[in-house]
Structure formats: C-alpha cells, structure tokens
Design a protein around this ligand. Structure first.
Ligand code: ATR
Length: 273
C-alpha cells in the first residue's frame, strides 16, 4: 500500500485528505492519505520517521513550509524561488521538495477563465506573504509584463520586489484605487475576506470590466471582493480551484496517476468547508 499524508500543526483544518481520498477511491488505488500532526520542535524527526515507515511523500502546511526546504536534499527551482515547499517526495531515503501552489494558481485561472492570459497586461497583487510569493512566481513565469505589488506593511512588499526583480513595482496600500483602472489582473493573496477576518472592500468605481479578479480565499467561496467585481462586469475566479489543482502534482508523484479536478471533487470539498 502506498502511503502519503499532510503534515502541519494544527492539522485538523486541512482539506487535503478529502481531495486525495476522493482520488484514491475514484482511481481504485491501494493507498492512504492522512492528517499527520507534528509539534514544531519535532518536524525533522517526524519527516525522518515517515521515511522509515515507507511513506512515498507528504504535503506540508503551516507552519512548516519554510522548514521543509531546509531539511530537503533536492529542491525544485520553483520551491527555491518561492522560499517554501508544500510537497515532499521521498526516494531512497532522500527528500525532494517542490512547491505546487504556483501551478495550482495558474491551472485554476486557465480552467475557470480560459480567455484570460497572464501576458495581456499589468497585474495588481494585494499582499506580500507566502501565498503572494507563489502568485508572483506564477505570473512572472507566464510572462506578465508588469506587477504592481501592495501590502499593508509596505516593507514586506519591497523585500519581494528585491527578490523577484524589475517587473515588480511597489505602491502604498492606501493608493490601490489609483491603479485599478489600468490593470488586467487583480489577485487578493491576503487573508482579508476569509471567514472570521475583515472584508476586502476596494473602491470599485475605477474598476474596468476587462479586468480579471481572483481571490485565493475560498471560504467563503464568493468573497465581497469577487461579488463587487462581478457587479462591475469583471470575470471573477474563486480560490477553491487553486487548492484543488495544487494537489495534482503530489498525487501524481506518489500514486502514479495524474488525477482530474472535477465538479464532483469541488462539491465534496465545498461541503466540508
Ligand atoms: P500567507 O502565507 O497565507 O500569505 P501571511 O504570510 O500571514 O500568510 O500573510 C498574510 C497577508 O495578509 C499579508 O500580506 C498581510 O499583511 P501584513 O504583511 O501587513 O501583515 C495581509 N493582511 C492580514 N490582515 C490584513 C489586514 N487587516 N489588512 C491588510 N492586509 C492584511
């Protein structure tokens, strides 16, 4: 039996087991995927134990995504650049670290908004945390000509501009509305709009109906940002697809089949939110 799972602290909230178990059943694979709780001080030992137990690999979630890079033997370019890993594969006692959030982000947009292209124009990214790094990597990889980056704490955005280069321009959080009319893509990577957090309210008066607006928040599925943009005629894409698509490469590596993201999977995960 092929074993995999997701390691985090706390881990109860993770939706990854629902996704992977849906696919294990669908493809009749003799495998398991479970939640693995690990105290922060034990992370390295926990991974070594999983290797000894013969696990094929694991997903990594908060707070271990950076630590996972440090303990790995090989790191993909993508994980290295993003500075975090969410997918580890174990082979011959060695650890390979990857980050699949960037591919998850772009796959979601490609399927939900097939007419949209990243290279069409400037993107505005809100937020400068871990999720923002994956989105920046993804958009630059897709030849987005320019990225306007803004964050409540400006310094964090400036640090990312240094890391990702000349295509990034940092603006003040209070100036967002000045830039809305000229961008082709808007991405919220902050926790604003998430259940239990404040809403993200943009001054949509300048928002252009040609702009694609997407949120990495998926609970609630339709955030105030998406609803406001929708009312202005924009194409809007929710964040659930990113969660589903980021799981595809790990499943393929560990269980040997490239799984499909279907409506049935989406519904099952939605019901568990
Ligand atoms: P993640 O790894 O999921 O991106 P994170 O690193 O904690 O999580 O980042 C959360 C993001 O949401 C940050 O950009 C954060 O802004 P700060 O860097 O200023 O903290 C942003 N964020 C959280 N609460 C916010 C709020 N009330 N207003 C504006 N931005 C907020």
């Amino acid at each position: 039996m092929i074993k995999a799972g997701v390691v985090g602290w706390p881990i109860e909230q993770s939706k990854s087991p629902i996704i992977h178990n849906h696919w294990l059943k669908k493809y009749s694979i003799n495998g398991s995927y479970e939640r693995i709780s690990c105290e922060p001080k034990d992370f390295s030992n926990c991974i070594n134990k999983l290797i000894e137990l013969g696990y094929a690999g694991v997903n990594i979630t908060v707070p271990f995504k950076e630590k996972a890079l440090e303990i790995s033997n090989t790191v993909t370019d993508c994980a290295h650049k993003i500075g975090a890993a969410n997918t580890l594969t174990f082979k011959d006692g060695k650890i390979l670290a990857d980050n699949t959030d960037a591919i998850g982000f772009i796959s979601n947009l490609r399927t939900q908004a097939p007419e949209w292209n990243a290279d069409k124009g400037t993107a505005l990214i809100l937020g400068a945390g871990g999720a923002s790094r994956s989105v920046i990597f993804s958009l630059l990889n897709e030849d987005t000509p320019k990225i306007i980056l803004t964050n409540r704490t400006r310094e964090r955005a400036e640090n990312l501009a240094v890391k990702f280069g000349k295509k990034i321009t940092v603006i003040d959080w209070s100036d967002i509305s000045l830039y809305l009319s000229d961008v082709k893509t808007i991405v919220n990577t902050t926790s604003l709009g998430m259940l239990g957090h404040s809403e993200l309210k943009l001054d949509t008066i300048n928002l252009n109906s040609e702009t694609l607006v997407t949120d990495i928040v998926y609970n609630p599925l339709r955030t105030v940002l998406l609803e406001d943009a929708y009312k202005k005629g924009c194409t809007t894409v929710d964040g659930l697809g990113m969660l589903l698509y980021q799981a595809v490469p790990g499943f393929k590596k560990w269980f040997g089949i490239e799984p499909k993201v279907t409506k049935a999977l989406r519904t099952e995960v939605l019901l568990a939110l």
